[in-house]
Design a protein around this ligand. Structure first.
Ligand SMILES: C[S@@+](CC[C@H](N)C(=O)[O-])C[C@H]1O[C@@H](n2cnc3c(N)ncnc32)[C@H](O)[C@@H]1O
Length: 318
């Protein structure tokens, strides 16, 4: 399969990356979101490689449960039946690389709107069945009904209009093929209000200030975790706060402010996770019903549906 067969036209190329959209978005929030991810990945990809590998491994295991694959072998067997795979919003490209390795006869396209794709193209240059494209996944320019598997993991809520992006990714999918997608879940009211406030505020905050804000949130998460205290929280229905026995860090994290800390994943990954949350202007949250509305509006069949406090995700068939 050649790119020409998917796009029906030649694409320009810059530093081993195919260019779908030369210019950045005309939408202020999408533009800011692209810059936020360019900055985030730029810092993170210079961090300790062992810590990056730990995150990639954690993410791969999570991916299997988000989209209903019992094991990596099951995912590999599935991908081997998919000649063309799109990783929509691939970031640093490690999942696109994973798909390409699991299914060497497939062609994998990793698309991202941030400049991170240039780093991904350098990292994975030697993988022949993997190409990277820079552009907006809401306007892929791919011919309709041509892609055998579309994966959009932890991305769609960062796009300017997630409903339109959803429709675009379904448009390029072949009939009887699957679309895997993840959305952020809505949290308790105090957390939602504070998150919205910060997303507006952080637009006017410099990258350096955002990094130190993320460091401070990480430190808060760490100090609360170090307390190692659980308590029996009351349920406060009107605020959406679930009661029960809960660790104090988790209680504050889910209900009031994102202060991520994970000792195993490490300091840099924890800081990047906090940065990732408050920095991009576009970061819509969903109820399960809202995700299912998008699925039903595109007349997709549910193959797998997953919900946890952080997200709703699933694999849906056209
Ligand atoms: C949280 S990261 C997830 C990256 C990757 N899927 C992963 O799981 O590691 C979100 C990514 O979506 C990308 N993104 C946001 N809006 C986009 C758009 N409209 N088109 C393409 N990529 C977009 C960002 O640049 C960022 O790399």
């Amino acid at each position: 399969m050649q790119l020409m067969d998917l796009f029906g036209k030649p694409l320009s190329i810059s530093k081993d990356v195919y260019i779908l959209h030369e210019d950045d978005s005309r939408h202020e929030n999408q533009q800011q979101t692209n810059q936020a991810f360019t900055d985030k990945w730029d810092v993170y990809c210079k961090e300790d490689i062992a810590e990056q590998e730990k995150l990639f491994e954690f993410q791969k295991q999570w991916y299997l449960s988000l989209y209903g694959f019992a094991s990596e072998d099951e995912l590999a067997a599935y991908l081997k039946k998919k000649p063309v795979i799109v990783d929509a919003g691939c970031g640093l490209g490690y999942k696109a690389k994973w798909f390409a390795d699991l299914s060497p006869s497939s062609l994998v396209l990793g698309i991202d709107y941030s400049d991170t794709v240039f780093e991904a193209a350098v990292r994975y240059k030697s993988t022949d069945n993997l190409v990277f494209l820079k552009g907006d996944i809401a306007d892929t320019q791919i011919i309709s009904n041509t892609i055998d598997y579309v994966s959009c993991d932890q991305v769609i809520m960062h796009t300017e209009n997630p409903d339109m992006t959803f429709k675009e990714l379904v448009r390029i999918l072949k009939p009887a093929c699957d679309f895997s997608v993840y959305v952020y879940a809505k949290k308790a009211l105090p957390r939602e209000l504070l998150d919205d406030y910060f997303r507006t505020k952080t637009k006017s905050i410099s990258h350096e200030e955002m990094m130190s804000f993320s460091e401070q949130l990480t430190e808060l998460g760490k100090r609360l975790s170090d307390l190692n205290v659980t308590f029996n929280a009351p349920s406060i229905r009107l605020l959406g706060i679930a009661g029960g026995e809960v660790d104090i860090q988790r209680f504050i994290y889910w209900n009031f402010i994102k202060c991520f800390w994970n000792e195993e994943l490490g300091h840099a990954t924890s800081v990047a996770t906090n940065y990732d949350w408050y920095s991009p202007s576009n970061a819509k949250r969903y109820s399960k019903e809202e995700l299912m509305n998008m699925v039903e509006n595109s007349a997709l069949k549910t193959i797998h549906l997953h919900s946890e406090e952080a997200c709703h995700s699933g694999r849906f068939r056209k």
